[in-house]
Design a protein around this ligand. Structure first.
Ligand code: 4GY
Length: 259
């Protein structure tokens, strides 16, 4: 798996190559990252990567040419390294499709992607038309650049690679994973057993696997019903709520209404 990142700020990506699970997965050879700085392919004395918008208005727009050349460098390097498939070219932008776990899962079973990080007010549309295959968004908010979105995609994807996590079970237990059938994660506790008068819930200390699993499932159902009733409705539609789950929700008055 390989990510090629087009960015004016390559150092930002040290966050994933130097720290934590993603860094260890990198050391283990499970993935690699290459950054391509559009400034490096400019030829003018000022190394210009942006200009004023046609039609006027505030801010600057990234030039198409250095972005197109950067994608060409990334494509050539991938081909040289033996890539079999044409990598998707993904622009991080608030106008994109909302990023979700299934997209990380799809990426994790692919050869990777070329991620485009815009800056300023945006990028010239002719670059998007010529090169970009997908636009993805982290959500309905505006960042000052695409780098944080690209980091999120790399992190969410790499941790799913087989062998990336030390404890093999962790990835399949997270919020949104199939093992929890689209429910939010349950609360977690570690030592001490009592902290500032707050005790660990008794079922977790019982040593009875079935009781622990039931408690966790019920906490997931409760939190999901309270915070994300849309996920309860989706699980119900997908047929992943058991009769026992439905009984728990109904008894607590947690079965969501239509709104
Ligand atoms: N939201 N999700 C986002 C973003 C900043 C102008 C294009 C987002 O992913 N990226 O807000 N990106 C913009 C800034 C150029 C990227």
């Amino acid at each position: 798996m390989r990510f090629d990142i087009v960015t004016l700020f390559p150092e930002i990506f040290d966050a994933v190559t130097r720290h934590g699970v993603t860094a260890r997965a990198c050391q283990r050879g499970l993935w690699q990252m290459h950054a391509w700085n559009p400034r490096e392919v400019t030829t003018d004395a000022h190394r210009t990567v942006d200009d004023r918008p046609y039609g006027g208005g505030p801010g600057m727009v990234m030039l198409a040419d250095p972005l197109i050349k950067s994608v060409q460098r990334a494509r050539a390097a991938r081909a040289e390294a033996g890539a079999l498939q044409a990598a998707p070219v993904i622009l991080l932008s608030p106008t994109g499709r909302r990023f979700e776990q299934s997209m990380a899962r799809d990426l994790a079973s692919s050869e990777g992607a070329i991620l485009i990080c815009g800056r300023y007010e945006g990028v010239d549309q002719r670059f998007i038309d010529a090169c970009v295959t997908d636009e993805w968004s982290l959500g309905d908010f505006v960042l000052s650049g695409g780098e944080i979105g690209a980091l999120a995609i790399v992190d969410a994807t790499v941790r799913l690679l087989p062998g990336a996590l030390n404890h093999g079970q962790s990835a399949v237990q997270d919020s949104f994973d199939a093992a929890l059938s689209g429910m939010l994660d349950c609360p977690h506790y570690t030592r001490p057993e009592v902290y500032e008068g707050q005790a660990v819930p008794a079922p977790l200390l019982s040593g009875h696997h079935a009781q622990i699993a039931r408690w966790r499932r019920e906490q997931s159902l409760r939190i999901t019903a309270q915070r994300r009733p849309d996920l309860i409705a989706a699980a119900r539609a997908a047929g992943t709520l058991s009769a026992q789950d439905e009984r728990f929700l109904a008894e607590r008055g947690l079965a969501p209404t239509e709104d």
